[in-house]
Design a protein around this ligand. Structure first.
Ligand SMILES: Cc1cc2nc3c(=O)[nH]c(=O)nc-3n(C[C@H](O)[C@H](O)[C@H](O)COP(=O)(O)O)c2cc1C
Length: 189
């Protein structure tokens, strides 16, 4: 069966690899459990925001009012974002909120809405936004989940739901059986 879906996984953890074998962070590991259920003919792109070079966002809404087409890693991010049918934020909770690399990426959405010819806002409204997160405490993840949903709403993107697991030290989420079971269903809807 032809499946034209294209999932873009944006990994926001800043955790240093714990060993040379590329030990995964909790959130990325949980996201991989969900991604493993996608049919083989669904395209997957994984980008690690903390390993990319994102310049600080500058608010030019009321000066030049527009932005040039981005270059370098920002261009890669814009193109990957536009190419996706489904965008997955793979992000730990940092201070009840988003890690800086994902926050910076989101701030650049404000620029991309103002790059002539891109039609960013209208194109984003056709994409689903998913959230996969880990942290120490589910109840305290709620502000971040609410914030991501509001960002989706702002661009009229369908919010396809949040998957949360109990993280902490390396591999902590491997012990969260409920999260692993939920991961196996997460993209089924
Ligand atoms: C800078 C920083 C801030 C954090 N803030 C929170 C927090 O507000 N609430 C919480 O429950 N956990 C917090 N944590 C813990 C992480 O959310 C948790 O360890 C998570 O599983 C890390 O995911 P990773 O292994 O994918 O990097 C914080 C961790 C860091 C490094």
């Amino acid at each position: 069966m032809n499946d034209s879906r294209h999932f873009l996984f944006l990994v926001a953890s800043t955790r240093e690899a714990a060993d040379a074998g590329g030990h995964l962070g909790n959130t990325e590991w949980l996201a991989q459990q969900a991604a493993a259920t996608l049919p083989a003919n669904v395209t997957q792109t994984w980008l690690h925001l903390a390993r990319m070079n994102q310049p600080p966002f500058v608010d030019r809404r009321h000066t030049t009012g527009q932005y040039p087409m981005p270059e370098g890693d920002l261009k890669t991010l814009l193109e990957a974002t536009l190419a996706a049918t489904d965008i997955v934020f793979v992000t730990p909770v940092y201070w009840y909120s988003l890690p800086a690399p994902l926050k910076t990426y989101l701030d650049h959405w404000s620029a991309w809405m103002r790059v002539p010819g891109v039609d960013f806002k209208e194109r984003m409204s056709t994409k689903r936004l998913h959230l996969i997160s880990t942290s120490g405490d589910r109840s305290k993840a709620q502000p971040m989940i609410d914030s991501v949903k509001l960002c989706a709403d702002f661009l009229a993107m369908p919010f396809a739901g949040a998957l949360w697991g109990k993280g902490g030290p390396p591999d902590a989420v491997h012990g969260d059986a409920d999260a692993i079971a939920a991961a196996r269903q997460f993209f089924a809807a």
